[in-house]
Design a protein around this ligand. Structure first.
Ligand code: HEM
Length: 409
């Protein structure tokens, strides 16, 4: 399905390119293109934020270590301020919103343990994908999101962390509840569920940490408590808990959407699906192209610490700079024929995982899962089709994913 890239008016505020607007929710790219061409450094006074859309500006901004992330440092009234209601909440943050020196203390041991774990468990992760695909019905119509894209990432992360089989259902529910934190327009009921899920997860992780101290397992929680005991990870128990939760919040929905967006793209681009089936060796490049073309996380942000020039504009301390990863990923200055979904083309690196000190820690894991799904799903169902349906995209601002994707096999 080709994007409608007709002329559209230049958006005046970031709400217009968010999933709050039905047209941007269905397809944000025409409006992002209009902004990138006419107003690549936009100031939105209502949302109290800058909005960048050019690849070069965004690459430079995310790599620049002089920006900060703590929401309490952001301008009053900005979106970022909604992510931390008070100092206490801001202090109890994962690496996602942490600044140096704490970020430089907490991230490296976590990243090192996480990467080693993924390397060790690669075959097991692929097996989880294979089992989920083998369990699909041999014929009929089903929701790809419900059967594969949602359960695979949560089952994988449960296995990595060492969640007991008997607690898997609870763990799935709590994971879903804490992800509500990504939605700034939650209902009070959803906020209550999110908080209860967070409390339950904290309690369960604390229980697991104690259990693994006594009887080590073969999992990430064991790795973290052992590093901590050896003095190699100068982290408190609380910091370990918060950052384990961050793996769920940061990793589950995003990987779900990478899987869903990819299957949707392939089924809408039969030539690309044929290229993948003819040469499964293209799968790794295909994952990168899906990430570029329909980035599951559409934006990240930085906060100006001291007045400075950003993307050629003078910006003031505390101001928020939103970076549209989706717009950058289709910038013709960085990519040839950027509006074409083409898995066969060698392209410059996309920026779907952000960059610099906060670059996504879960990228290698998301890549393994998506690659395995694309290859094995179309191997088992070479004639998979999209039945007639109105695909509904998630209403979560700055995330891009499909709610339900019916497929026929
Ligand atoms: C396709 C899947 C994913 C996408 C598109 C994605 C995207 C992102 C982006 C854009 C950022 C912010 C980077 C920046 O501001 O420069 C980020 C950070 C992060 N992601 Fe992911 N992510 C994905 C999967 C995962 C997974 C599987 C995990 C863990 C299991 C994860 C954990 C995190 C964490 C902990 C951070 C914060 C890193 C820091 O601030 O130091 N992500 N991710």
């Amino acid at each position: 399905m080709a994007d409608d890239q007709g002329e559209v008016p230049v958006p005046q505020g970031i709400i217009e390119v968010s999933a709050f607007m039905p047209d941007a929710r269905a397809n944000p790219h025409p409006k992002l293109k209009a902004l990138r061409e006419a107003c690549p450094v936009m100031r939105d006074e209502m949302a109290k934020t800058w909005f960048l859309t050019r690849y070069g500006d965004i690459r430079e901004t995310v790599n620049d270590r002089s920006f900060i992330r703590n929401p309490m440092s952001a301008e009053e009234g900005s979106i970022n301020r909604q992510f931390a209601r008070d100092e206490e909440e801001a202090r109890r943050t994962s690496i996602l919103f942490l600044d140096d020196p704490d970020h430089a203390r907490v991230r490296p041991p976590l990243a090192k343990a996480f990467y080693a774990r993924i390397n060790r468990m690669k075959a097991e992760i692929e097996q989880i994908v294979d089992d989920a695909i083998a369990a699909l019905p041999a014929s009929g119509t089903f929701d790809l999101m419900e059967e594969i894209a949602v359960p695979v990432p949560v089952t994988v992360i449960a296995r990595i962390l060492g969640v007991d089989e008997a607690r898997l259902d609870d763990f799935r529910q709590w994971s879903e509840d804490v992800i509500l934190s990504l939605n700034p327009v939650r209902t009070p009921e959803e906020t209550a569920r999110m908080e209860a899920g967070g409390t339950a997860l904290d309690a369960y992780f604390a229980e697991l940490m104690e259990a693994r101290r006594k009887a080590p397992g073969d999992d990430l929680i064991t790795d973290m408590v052992q590093l901590q005991a050896a003095g190699d990870a100068p982290l408190t128990d609380d910091e370990i808990l918060i950052n384990l939760q961050a793996l769920l919040v940061g990793g589950n929905l995003t990987t779900t959407d990478l899987i869903g967006n990819g299957v949707w793209l392939f089924l809408n681009h039969p030539d690309q699906l044929a290229a993948l089936k003819a040469n499964p060796g293209l799968a790794a490049q295909a994952v990168e192209e899906v990430l570029r073309y329909e980035a599951p996380v559409q934006a990240t942000s930085r906060i100006v610490e001291k007045d400075k020039s950003v993307a050629g504009c003078p910006m003031k301390e505390h101001q928020v700079v939103f970076c549209s990863l989706a717009a950058a990923n289709r910038d013709p200055d960085a990519f040839d024929a950027p509006e074409a979904f083409d898995i066969t083309k060698k392209r410059a690196s996309h920026i779907a995982f952000g960059g610099g000190p906060h670059i996504c820690i879960g990228a290698p894991l998301a890549r393994i899962e998506a690659r395995q799904v694309y290859v094995k799903l179309f191997e088992r169902f070479p004639d998979m089709k999209l039945p007639d349906q109105d695909v509904v995209w998630r209403a979560l601002p700055f995330f891009r994913g499909i709610e339900t994707l019916m497929v026929s096999v």
